[in-house]
Design a protein. Structure first.
Ligand code: DC
Length: 226
């Protein structure tokens, strides 16, 4: 049976994870958060004392990283396991974001994770979110959405999210980090963040969560009938 793939790409803080997770639950599809996979690689490198900019050193430790996605049967949430340890919470730490952005520019890292992501889409109906899902990982996806919002709006949301998690945050630092990550993710030579030509653009700057979700569900329900 052919499975349905919904690719959702966009810059950090656009609301991808929340919206993709809810859209997947609504459709009965598996939600795959690919940023969490890059974050897990970044944590693995950090724990081994490897700088995320040292491509050769990072590539040399990849075969030691046993990365698995596990789905909690109760809430359906994606948990990340690194060499047998559940690191779902730890990969959300603020410093891991910058490390993940740097590590994701390394060609060997992207190649290492490509099949893992494609395998999930081969075996399940998925809503997969990331930066290059519609362009590189699943170019045949039946539905592609490019989800974005202004940097200010994204920084504001990330700031509130960090506060809710009880993490120390300063708005200007969060905004600066968002702009820096946009730059890194969009300007890397390999699989940069960009809108696929056939992706539906959803700009959530002036939309609340429910309006954004409806825009996404409309795109999915329109696209998966083709
Ligand atoms: O979505 P996120 O913020 O959790 O992603 C963390 C980093 O991983 C992000 O800065 C860019 C990178 N990433 C990527 O390069 N390709 C993906 N498909 C997903 C994430």
């Amino acid at each position: 049976m052919k499975h349905i793939s919904v690719a959702i790409d966009g810059p950090s803080g656009a609301g991808k994870s929340t919206l993709a997770r809810r859209a997947a639950a609504e459709m009965g599809y598996l939600y795959v958060d690919t940023g969490a996979i890059y974050r897990t690689v970044a944590l693995g490198a950090l724990r081994r004392g490897v700088a995320p900019t040292d491509a050769e050193a990072v590539e040399s430790i990849l075969s030691d990283l046993d990365i698995r996605l596990a789905y909690n049967p109760e809430d359906g949430l994606q948990h990340m396991h690194l060499n047998g340890e559940d690191v779902t919470e730890e990969i959300r730490l603020h410093e891991i974001s910058q490390h993940a952005s740097k590590i994701s520019a390394i060609p060997g890292v992207r190649a290492f994770l490509l099949e893992l992501q494609r395998d999930l889409a081969r075996n399940h109906d998925v809503v997969m979110d990331g930066r290059d899902i519609g362009t590189v990982v699943l170019p045949q996806a039946q539905v592609k959405i490019f989800l974005t919002a202004s940097a200010q709006a994204r920084a504001q949301r990330r700031f509130l999210e960090l506060q809710q998690r009880g993490q120390q945050a300063d708005f200007d630092t969060v905004l600066r980090d968002i702009v820096l990550r946009d730059e890194q993710d969009s300007n890397r030579p390999i699989a940069p963040l960009r809108r696929a030509e056939d992706a539906v653009l959803v700009d959530t700057t002036h939309l609340d969560l429910e309006q954004s979700l409806q825009a996404i569900l409309t795109a999915i329900r329109g696209g998966d009938r083709e």
